[in-house]
Design a protein around this ligand. Structure first.
Ligand SMILES: C[S@@+](CC[C@H](N)C(=O)[O-])C[C@H]1O[C@@H](n2cnc3c(N)ncnc32)[C@H](O)[C@@H]1O
Length: 242
């Protein structure tokens, strides 16, 4: 992402948890004149990481981006990330945080849809005083519901030898309404949810004509279209530090 900000002719700093990502960023950004000391290793959950490695100077950042990271943060820690981002930008600073859209699972018609229905909407474990006839049938009901979805999709992504794949590390999705609320409570105003990566049809149909699928999906890109709640697989939380 930092590479894309070249056009703004601003000073750029960044950190990532994985040293090899940091090395790659240093390599790419040094070609754009960003000094290697501007890029360091650190976790978004560690308040010290926002300060840079050894210079120890508390930079007052005008703006902050957090892209691709939130999916890998445990649910209980989301608020901490938002609050650390807030603390490390000046008042009035723009902060953008990217997340994967949990509601997109209502559109995919696969095992993600079933999990969303079961865990987030129906929540059968929270049912109380279940009559005997229903109790007996509870699992049968859920099984029938599964029959409405392609439970074999999507295939589990596995990593290269010796490395975990994307689906084998923590990779969460976020409910945009809950995330926006938490973001605002962390001290941001003018909070907006900007949707992107639209899908014109559920992804299982992409294979029949990938070129057309992509073109048609790209035509839909509009961050403020309400359909993004369901048809876009990702979103950006945008807020101004209050
Ligand atoms: C999908 S990549 C995104 C990389 C980059 N931010 C970008 O936008 O191109 C996800 C990155 O999140 C990083 N990551 C995971 N947990 C992190 C954490 N707690 N703090 C900082 N980075 C983290 C991983 O090391 C990985 O490089």
């Amino acid at each position: 992402m930092l590479r894309e900000l070249r056009q703004f002719r601003t000073q750029r700093f960044g950190f990532d948890l994985t040293p090899s990502m940091v090395d790659e960023a240093k390599r790419v950004l040094s070609k754009q004149g960003v000094p290697p000391r501007h890029i360091w290793t650190g976790s978004v959950l560690d308040p010290r990481a926002y300060r840079g490695p050894k210079d120890g100077v508390q930079h007052e950042f005008d703006s902050a981006l957090c892209f691709g990271v939130l999916p890998h943060i445990p649910e209980a820690m989301d608020k901490k990330v938002f609050s650390l981002l807030r603390k490390n930008v000046v008042r009035g600073g723009l902060v953008l945080v990217e997340a994967r859209n949990e509601l997109f699972s209502l559109f995919t018609c696969n095992r993600y849809s079933f999990s969303f229905l079961e865990e987030r909407l129906i929540q059968p474990d929270s049912w109380e005083e279940i009559p005997k006839e229903i109790k007996k049938r509870k699992s049968a009901v859920l099984q029938r519901l599964q029959g409405h979805f392609r439970m074999d999709l999507p295939p589990i992504r596995q990593g290269k030898a010796g490395e975990p794949g994307y689906d084998e590390v923590l990779s969460r999705t976020h409910n945009p309404m809950i995330a926006a609320d938490q973001f605002a409570k962390a001290g941001f105003r003018k909070v907006e949810v900007l949707f992107y990566h639209y899908h014109c049809l559920p992804p299982m149909f992409e294979r029949s004509n990938p070129k057309w699928f992509r073109k048609q999906s790209l035509r839909m890109e509009n961050p403020r279209d309400w359909r993004g709640h369901f048809m876009a697989s990702a979103f950006i939380l945008k807020g101004i530090a209050a």
